[in-house]
Design a protein around this ligand. Structure first.
Ligand SMILES: [Zn+2]
Length: 450
């Protein structure tokens, strides 16, 4: 049998099975009840949600801080049962707008350009992901929780632990007039007792509490408020929390910088633009952090410490959609995304009953076409995501003009849809090169043998 005929047969077969599927009455009936997002040709943009951006005459943003993380999970033994470790590397970078002006006309970022960008800071986190126990006979869930708490306990930027920032954020100590006395934790990670009150003044110096159940009394960590432990299982492991943990750390690295800048001098933080990789949201179990985040940003927006923050999506359904409709948006225009548009054209759902980002987002999503015709999917902080996604208005998006003015200067040609700071951080922390992986494997074997 020749290759040709084999291919021919294969194609005939697949065509046959294809038509069989569509002819099947049950399948047909099922498909009649399904909706899929409308095809691009039929996309109509609500003109009331399209705006031309008025760029500001001057710009008070002088520096940019970008944060990004990467992770890789590796087996550390051959054979069964397999043990897995996940290595995270996070990078933060501070960029001066004036350095960017020099780079502006270059087609891509060269190593010399990267050298100019100051204060690249890298941080590592090793997360036991499967079948790893520590000395002392801790169960796996406790091993994972301890690794997370220890990472947040380490000194980060400005020689202070991120645990201080989690505390500041959660108990709202940034607003002395309205400090929160207690945080309700959904359940104890040790005994499972529901609704454990974590009282601010009962917190121990090591940022932990004793469980309030009299038979348990075991240690609850401050970082348990992220609820990642709910997805960690002594048997199946911690793979389910990897991307959520990465998101939480990226967000808290930004919050940590915001807090320090506020402490240094009133108003200083407003000279910075914070760039986050991905949307402004807390996904999965970490969603309860959305509310304290909305409160923080809303409080700061009424002070002299205005926050310029933007989330940049580099891939996913929204980026695909933005590319498809790029000709429907003029250079210098933004299109605000509401439920009606999202559930008609981007995601499957019913815009009457579903509210996009209701319990996860603290930002409003927009599609932005810069004057040089690059298309971006961005989120900017909003006070109320439910109101935004139902009837979005330009004024809901905090400091939109200034932020977009800076975003337009950060265009990056290395990666499509990415911005220079994110691309640079990404390059700096990249774990994916072969050499990097070998080092990690060696490191893993050494760590575990000890
Ligand atoms: Zn307990």
């Amino acid at each position: 049998m020749t290759d040709y005929s084999r291919n021919g047969k294969f194609e005939r077969e697949s065509r046959t099975s294809h038509s069989y599927i569509i002819r099947d009455e049950e399948v047909q009936a099922y498909l009649n009840n399904c909706t899929i997002p409308a095809s691009t040709r039929n996309v109509e943009l609500n003109t009331a949600l399209k705006y031309t951006v008025d760029y500001p005459e001057g710009n008070s943003i002088e520096h940019i801080i970008a944060v990004d993380g990467e992770n890789t999970t590796l087996p550390i033994n051959e054979g069964f049962p397999s043990s897995l470790l996940t290595f995270f590397q996070f990078g933060s970078i501070v960029i001066e707008i004036k350095d960017l002006q020099d780079m502006e006309k270059k087609p891509f970022v060269s190593p010399e350009d990267i050298k100019k960008l100051k204060e690249i800071k890298r941080e590592k986190l090793v997360l036991p992901t499967k079948n790893i126990s520590l000395v002392g006979g801790m169960d796996f869930k406790t091993v994972v929780r301890t690794a997370i708490q220890d990472f947040f306990r380490k000194d980060h930027a400005w020689n202070s632990p991120m645990l201080e920032t989690v505390y500041w954020f959660l108990f709202e100590t940034y607003n002395p007039a309205a400090v929160k006395p207690v945080h309700m934790l959904s359940q104890c990670p040790q005994c499972g007792t529901r609704d454990i009150p974590l009282e601010r003044d009962k917190m121990r110096p090591e940022y932990s509490w004793a469980c309030t159940h009299h038979l348990c009394r075991k240690e609850i960590f401050l970082t348990d408020v992220f609820k990642l432990f709910e997805r960690v299982d002594n048997e199946t492991g911690a793979e389910a929390i990897v991307s959520m943990l990465r998101g939480v750390v990226e967000t808290f690295l930004i919050l940590h910088a915001i807090r320090q800048l506020i402490d240094i001098e009133e108003g200083l933080v407003s000279q910075f633009l914070f760039v986050k990789d991905g949307p402004l949201s807390f996904s999965g179990e970490t969603a309860p952090m959305q509310l304290p985040m909305l409160k923080l940003l809303s409080y700061l927006s009424k002070t002299n410490n205005r926050i310029n923050l933007v989330g940049v999506e580099a891939g996913g359904s929204f980026v695909e959609h933005a590319k498809q409709i790029r000709d429907k948006i003029k250079p210098g225009e933004v299109f605000l995304l509401n439920n009606a548009h999202i559930y008609r054209y981007v995601l499957v759902g019913d815009s009457k009953s579903q509210r996009y980002g209701e319990s996860t987002y603290y930002g409003g999503k927009i599609i932005y076409k810069s004057l040089d015709e690059r298309i971006y999917v961005l989120t900017l902080p909003v006070d109320n995501p439910v109101t935004y996604y139902s009837v979005p208005e330009l004024k809901d998006l905090k400091n939109l003009q200034e932020v977009l003015f800076s975003v337009a200067r950060l265009r990056c040609d290395i990666y499509e849809n990415a911005l220079i700071p994110i691309a640079v951080v990404n390059k700096m922390i990249s774990l994916s090169t072969q050499a990097g992986t070998k080092i990690l494997e060696k490191f893993a074997k050494k760590t575990v043998q000890k």
